[in-house]
Design a binder for this molecule. Structure first.
Ligand code: 16G
Length: 251
């Protein structure tokens, strides 16, 4: 059935229903079950027409708070864990998750040995004929998808891609080449439909695109990683301090 036309009053009612539903969901009212009560029950609970209710539900589905499952009703999407990630510590995903009490998991999307792209060769200071290990993974916390990562490591630091088990940094540590310093830049982005589907979030979701260059103590670049972190699950936190003020002579 089509959604009701929007007279100004109808529009307001529908927005109020949307907010009421959101509050009910966020306050945990329907927590006993993942399924939203049926239309009849909800429309009498909220005292609105079914048409208005449908429109409000449609909006919350688009937002990703609810999802329709064919023949099974409307589901409340289980919230993913929200993590705070300090920007000043050089840790890997597996270690980060362990420190927070989550079980880290990965689905390998690609693990191969190949030649670098021109951009990768520039970033890693390689010649175009130096082989690289390529590792793309979906990263999970307690089985919830959190990020997609595409890591590129010069083969001279990791002879065989199969040496990587659950942690890239653990594999590099074994070889004696774990990065000790990294440069990272991040920016907001909108996910492509393909990456949104991989992360299990609605199309056009916001995300953080992060590039990390990891270095050894001698300055060689050991890792170039591009990642897409879900915008709804990560807070990146930085500590800011005043720069040390040079002492005046005689103080
Ligand atoms: C983090 C790093 C990534 C690194 C990975 C290693 C960010 C933005 N990225 O996810 O550059 O390759 O950890 O994790 O923090 P692993 O040791 O669990 O494989």
């Amino acid at each position: 059935m089509s959604v009701a036309p929007t007279s100004p009053l109808r529009g307001q009612v529908y927005r109020r229903v949307c907010e009421a539903l959101r509050r009910e969901i966020e306050s945990g009212r329907f927590n006993g079950s993942d399924v939203l009560p049926g239309e009849r029950e909800l429309s009498s609970l909220l005292d609105v027409s079914r048409t208005t209710l449908r429109r409000a539900i449609g909006e919350l589905v688009e937002e990703g708070l609810l999802a329709h499952r064919h023949g099974a009703g409307t589901f409340i999407r289980r919230a993913a864990p929200r993590l705070e990630q300090p920007l000043s510590r050089l840790t890997g995903f597996t270690e980060d998750m362990r420190l927070r009490g989550f079980a880290a998991g990965s689905q390998i999307l690609e693990r191969s040995l190949s030649l670098p792209t021109p951009e990768e060769a520039m970033m890693l200071a390689l010649s175009p004929n130096d082989a690289v290990v390529r590792l793309s993974r979906l990263r999970l916390a307690d089985a919830v998808p959190m990020a997609i990562e595409h890591a590129v490591v010069p083969q001279r630091f990791l002879s065989d891609p199969d040496k990587i088990d659950s942690s890239l940094y653990a594999a590099l540590e074994e070889e004696g080449f774990r990065p000790v310093r990294a440069l990272q830049r991040l920016r907001a982005t909108i996910l492509t439909d393909h990456v949104a589907a991989q992360l299990g979030v609605p199309k056009k979701s916001a995300a953080l695109y992060i590039q990390r260059l990891g270095y050894l103590a001698d300055g060689r670049c050991v890792e170039f990683t591009r990642s897409y972190y879900r915008g709804d699950t990560y807070d990146f936190v930085s500590e800011l301090t005043l720069p040390a003020t040079p002492r005046k002579a005689g103080t």
